[in-house]
Write a protein that binds this ligand. Structure first.
Ligand code: AHM
Ligand code: MG
Length: 323
C-alpha cells in the first residue's frame, strides 16, 4: 500500500525543495481533515450539531461544525513557517500566520466544511483546499492556473482525499485503524461524456432562458447521445463533483438573472475543483470562460460553475455563448 506521504515525495512535477514544502502543507491539511472526520463521525453525540449565532462573509448562517472545521484548519497551520496566509470561507479576513509573517512562501485557501446544510442529516460533506505560492510582491490572489495544488477531502461512507499538483489526479482512502491515507486510485480520468446532471433545479425560475434550455437538453430523450441523463444532487459540491469525476457527467451552479455571479466561491471551491477535474481530462467553466483563467479581485469572490466531462460542459457552453 502506498501512503500519501510516500506518494507526494514521488511527484515528478515538484522540485525536491517544493516537494518537501508541499508535503508539510498537505500533512497539515490531512491532520485538520482527520480531526474533522473524527468529529463528524460522532457529531450527534456531542453538542456539535446545529447553528451558531454568526453569519459568514457570504451572509450564510454558520453551523457549529463549520466553525469547528475552520478552527481545526487554522490550528493546523498556526505554527507553520512556510504558509503565511490562510483564507477561509468562514473568516472575513485572511488569517496571517505569525510564524511565517513576511517570509512564508505559500497561501492556503479553504472551504473548511462544504455542504454544511448536510451536517444535521448525516449526508456527505467535504473540505476543499487550494495552495498558491505568493509572488514577489506578496500577492496571494492568483488565477487557478497558477495553483501549486488543489483538492478535497470527502467525508462519506469512507473518508477520502483527492488532490492534484498538476501531475494527474490521485485518490487516497483513510484507513481509520492506521489513521493514515493510502492510495486508492491514481491518474483518475473523467469520462469524456457522462449520463448524470447535477444541479439545484429548485432555482430554475431564477435562471436565464438559455440556462433552462441546458437542463432541458440533458433531460430530453435522445438515444444516440444517451439522454435523458439521470439527476443527482446531494447539496454537497464535493460529493456531487466527485461523483461526476468518477462516473462522468456535469455539475452546474449557474448565475441567476438577479445574481449573475452565482453562489460558489472562486478561490476555495471553483478553482481547486476545476484544477482536479481538468487534470482528469474534464473542464471547469463559468459557461463563457475557463475557471482556471480568472484573475481574482477579492478572496471571497463568487463565480458561476459548470464542471465535469469535457463534452457535457462544452454542450452547456454552446447554449450560454448565445446570451
Ligand atoms: P457551503 O460551502 O456553505 O456548504 O456552500 C456551498 C454548497 C455546495 O456544497 C453545494 O453544491 C451548494 O452550496 C448547495 O447550495 P444550494 O442549497 O443552493 O443548492
Ligand atoms: Mg462550499
Amino acid at each position: 500500500m502506498v501512503s500519501l506521504t510516500h506518494h507526494i515525495v514521488e511527484q515528478r512535477r515538484l522540485q525536491p525543495d517544493s516537494a518537501e514544502e508541499f508535503s508539510t502543507i498537505i500533512n497539515r491539511i490531512v491532520s485538520g481533515g482527520k480531526s474533522i472526520a473524527r468529529d463528524l463521525s460522532s457529531a450527534g453525540l456531542s453538542d456539535r450539531l446545529g447553528t451558531t449565532d454568526a453569519k459568514n462573509v457570504h451572509g450564510e448562517q454558520v453551523q457549529r461544525m463549520d466553525a469547528r472545521a475552520n478552527q481545526l484548519f487554522v490550528e493546523a497551520f498556526q505554527d507553520c513557517d512556510i504558509v503565511q496566509i490562510v483564507v477561509s470561507e468562514e473568516m472575513d479576513e485572511p488569517f496571517v500566520v505569525a510564524h511565517a509573517e513576511g517570509s512564508g512562501k505559500y497561501a492556503v485557501f479553504f472551504d473548511p466544511l462544504d455542504g454544511s446544510s448536510n451536517i444535521d442529516v448525516n449526508v456527505s460533506l467535504g473540505s476543499i483546499f487550494s495552495i498558491h505560492r505568493l509572488d514577489s510582491t506578496g500577492n496571494f490572489l492568483k488565477a487557478g492556473c497558477e495553483q501549486v495544488a488543489g483538492g478535497y477531502l470527502l467525508y462519506g461512507a469512507s473518508t477520502i482525499l483527492v488532490y492534484t499538483c498538476g501531475d494527474g489526479v490521485h485518490q487516497f482512502t483513510l484507513d481509520p485503524v492506521a489513521g493514515e491515507f493510502f492510495l486508492s486510485a491514481s491518474n483518475v480520468q473523467i469520462p469524456a461524456r457522462g449520463n448524470i446532471y447535477s444541479v439545484n433545479e429548485g432555482n430554475s425560475s431564477k435562471w436565464s432562458k438559455n440556462m433552462r434550455n441546458i437542463v432541458d437538453y440533458f433531460r430530453d430523450d435522445d438515444k444516440e447521445t444517451g439522454r435523458p441523463y439521470s439527476s443527482r444532487y446531494t447539496g454537497c459540491l464535493v460529493a456531487d463533483v466527485h461523483r461526476v469525476l468518477l462516473k462522468g457527467g456535469i455539475y452546474l451552479y449557474p448565475g441567476e438573472v438577479q445574481k449573475p455571479e452565482g453562489k460558489l466561491r472562486l478561490m476555495y471551491e471553483a478553482a481547486p475543483l476545476s484544477f482536479v477535474v481538468e487534470q482528469a481530462g474534464g473542464l471547469g467553466s463559468t459557461g463563457v470562460e475557463r475557471i482556471a483563467g480568472i484573475h481574482p479581485k477579492t478572496p471571497h469572490q463568487c463565480v458561476p460553475l459548470i464542471i465535469g466531462s469535457r463534452e457535457d460542459v462544452e454542450v452547456a457552453e454552446h447554449f450560454l455563448c448565445r446570451e
